[in-house]
Design a protein around this ligand. Structure first.
Ligand SMILES: Cc1cc2nc3c(=O)[nH]c(=O)nc-3n(C[C@H](O)[C@H](O)[C@H](O)COP(=O)(O)OP(=O)(O)OC[C@H]3O[C@@H](n4cnc5c(N)ncnc54)[C@H](O)[C@@H]3O)c2cc1C
Ligand SMILES: *[C@@H]1O[C@H](CO)[C@@H](O)[C@H](O)[C@H]1NC(C)=O
Ligand SMILES: *[C@@H]1O[C@H](CO)[C@@H](O)[C@H](O)[C@H]1NC(C)=O
Ligand SMILES: *[C@@H]1O[C@H](CO)[C@@H](O)[C@H](O)[C@H]1NC(C)=O
Ligand SMILES: *[C@@H]1O[C@H](CO)[C@@H](O)[C@H](O)[C@H]1NC(C)=O
Ligand SMILES: *[C@@H]1O[C@H](CO)[C@@H](O)[C@H](O)[C@H]1NC(C)=O
Length: 528
């Protein structure tokens, strides 16, 4: 048995070697595979020769722009089932100078967790996905491969008054989401995910497993918002769960621009960041087809209140009467049900839907960007923004109010710097299904044009951006195996502002050889 296994492994390796054209990557991938602990290898390694290579690769690709025949593919995918194989992968890849891409949920908007422009392997963590709630401590240890849906579901199975503040899309992975900040509709009350993370386990560039105590406060600071993939492979996180009311109230009120939506949005800018912390109201401008077949702008005001309708209505009629919120617009439900509401699932969808994996083939092509708004956009500005939106195709926005808890946390407390002084965060979303290269280019072009158009209304010097809303346009290293400091400073100052320098210091200390690198990684002091 043992000999048979060895033989077939050798044959596999030989086949891989013959099928790869580049001689350097050929010998290094062979050496890499030989270096891995033998007994584990066959069931967890997929090379392009394996029948299920594409299935495994595509399973977590959330953006079809990075799933085409011309998209560079990894030399191998390691689907780690335990920490030991993560350690071995890091050590063996480092020894053989092979770039690794770490993937948890695969939601990276630019595909940086599974695509590279130099030869690479993917370390896929989807099998490491356990969630363990400690009710007494009101904490949970979650593996990086766990999805937000699984985390929400498991918390709710244990308690109807505990929750965790993080994102809206339930198939996002904990690994990327938490290391990039992680925000959702509990943000005004409890801050970001990273503000509620109290410990973590990471495999560092030497292949050692560290926890908060052994990694030290600098590295623990860096991985909460600085992006994990510059520092190591995060295995798991310890979450401090938060208390929510047994029922939360949600609503989605729509107003067309022809019905005065502009005035309502204008007022929203003034009050949404100042509202009671228990109330979060997102503004979502969409382009719709009007009665005469013409394009119109319709704005959704999507809200969540940590409390009952009876308490919500007087609060809104006092501070935001322009919204005209009625009792019939509101639905009360346990917090966990609200996570499905936010993900656009019909009321009554069973909670098990939180455990759904995205179906193959993945639905969409997409391009996203972000901006921060610090002063109210004048009404004429809003009008011109609606006119510009109508010129796009499949283009919409989400405006997420800050304030509340976000104001109370110093911008240096975590690498995520966008705290006090922000009225709201804009996400620009362009999502389409047509796959012709020209259509793809047209959409990406429009996103860039729109971002340019928004310049007068948003932050400048630097033009801030949110790391989790990954955008390669704001600066990126190509090829990604060399991290140029000047380029890194362009994206680094937008994502992290003054915190960039401290991130560079941490990086220089924990990964002086710059093993953990990608297009937008943190550089070491010595990289040029
Ligand atoms: C539909 C959709 C909705 C979204 N909604 C929100 C939202 O509401 N709020 C919000 O904050 N964000 C949101 N995002 C953005 C999302 O948080 C980021 O894309 C996040 O990085 C995804 O994490 P992931 O593990 O799924 O992604 P991946 O693509 O697996 O990883 C993203 C990045 O993190 C790195 N990484 C992943 N795992 C690890 C690890 N274990 N150790 C070290 N590095 C790692 C990757 O190498 C890559 O650089 C949304 C994205 C999508 C597609
Ligand atoms: C990949 O193919 C090789 C050779 O056929 C086999 O030994 C190995 O088990 C396969 N890997 C997986 C994960 O199926
Ligand atoms: C980076 O990758 C390119 C392309 O594979 C290669 O030519 C170059 O030598 C690499 N540089 C370093 C520093 O590894
Ligand atoms: C608002 O737009 C929607 C979608 O096009 C339409 O159904 C509705 O009738 C519009 N309302 C008004 C008052 O124009
Ligand atoms: C919340 O989810 C539970 C479990 O699926 C369901 O029984 C209940 O009806 C839901 N409540 C609401 C208001 O959606
Ligand atoms: C996209 O923009 C570029 C640069 O402005 C331009 O050359 C190209 O023609 C545009 N492509 C499409 C499909 O509009």
């Amino acid at each position: 048995m043992e000999t048979m296994g060895k033989l077939s492994f050798l044959i596999t390796t030989l086949t891989i070697v013959m099928s790869i054209s580049s001689t350097t990557s050929q010998s290094s991938i062979q050496n890499f595979l030989n270096c891995l602990p033998y007994s584990q290898v066959s069931e967890v390694i997929y090379t392009p020769n394996n029948a299920s290579f594409s299935t495994i690769l595509n399973m977590k690709i959330q953006n079809k722009r990075f799933r085409t025949t011309t998209t560079p593919k990894p030399l191998a995918i390691i689907t780690a089932r335990d920490a030991y194989l993560v350690q071995a992968t890091v050590k063996c890849a480092k020894r053989n100078n092979i770039q690794i891409r770490i993937r948890s949920g695969g939601h990276d908007y630019e595909g940086f967790s599974y695509v590279s422009d130099v030869p690479f392997i993917v370390l896929d963590l989807f099998l490491l996905n356990s969630v363990n709630v400690n009710l007494k401590e009101e904490t949970a240890w979650v593996d990086s491969g766990a999805t937000l849906g699984k985390i929400y579901y498991t918390i709710a199975k244990n308690s109807n008054s505990l929750a965790f503040p993080s994102g809206v899309c339930t198939s996002i992975g904990a690994g990327g989401h938490f290391s990039g900040g992680g925000y959702g509709n509990l943000m005004r009350k409890f801050g970001l995910s990273i503000d509620n993370i109290i410990d973590a386990k990471i495999v560092d560039a030497n292949g050692n497993i560290l926890d908060r105590k052994s990694m030290g406060e600098d590295l623990f600071w860096a991985i909460r918002g600085g992006g994990g993939a510059s520092f190591g492979v995060i295995l798991s996180w310890k979450l401090k769960l938060v208390q929510v009311t047994p029922q939360v109230t949600v609503f989605n009120v729509k107003r067309n621009v022809s019905e005065g939506a502009t005035d309502v949005v204008y007022k929203w800018q003034l009050i949404a960041p100042k509202l009671h912390k228990d109330l979060f109201i997102r503004v979502q401008p969409n382009v719709k087809i009007g009665k005469g077949g013409e394009k119109i702008v319709q704005v959704s005001f999507i809200g969540q209140f940590l409390g009952t309708v009876e308490k919500l209505l007087p609060l809104v009629s006092e501070s935001f009467p322009e919204l005209g919120l009625k009792e019939s617009d509101c639905i009360s439900m346990p917090w966990v049900n609200s996570t499905l509401f936010w993900y656009n699932k019909p009321i009554g969808t069973p909670l098990e839907a939180l455990l759904d994996e995205p179906k193959d083939p993945q639905p969409v092509y997409s391009k996203f960007k972000s901006d921060y708004v610090k002063k109210p956009i004048p009404k004429e500005g809003l009008e011109s923004i609606w006119k510009m939106m109508i010129k796009g195709e499949n283009f919409f926005m989400q405006w997420n109010p800050y304030g509340g808890r976000m104001e109370e946390i110093l911008s240096s407390e975590t690498p995520f710097p966008h705290r006090a002084g922000n009225l709201f965060l804009i996400q620009y979303l362009n999502i389409w299904i047509d796959e012709s290269p020209q259509v793809i280019e047209r959409h990406v072009n429009f996103s860039r044009l729109f971002h340019e158009f928004m310049t007068p209304y948003v932050s400048n010097s630097p033009r801030e951006a949110f790391l989790n809303y990954r955008d390669g346009d704001i600066g990126a290293n190509h090829p990604s195996n060399v991290t140029k400091f000047d380029i890194a400073r362009t994206y680094g100052s937008k994502f992290f502002k003054e915190n960039f320098e401290r991130l560079v210091n941490v990086k220089t200390k924990v990964d002086p050889d710059n093993f953990f690198r990608y297009e937008q990684s943190i550089p070491t002091r010595s990289t040029n």
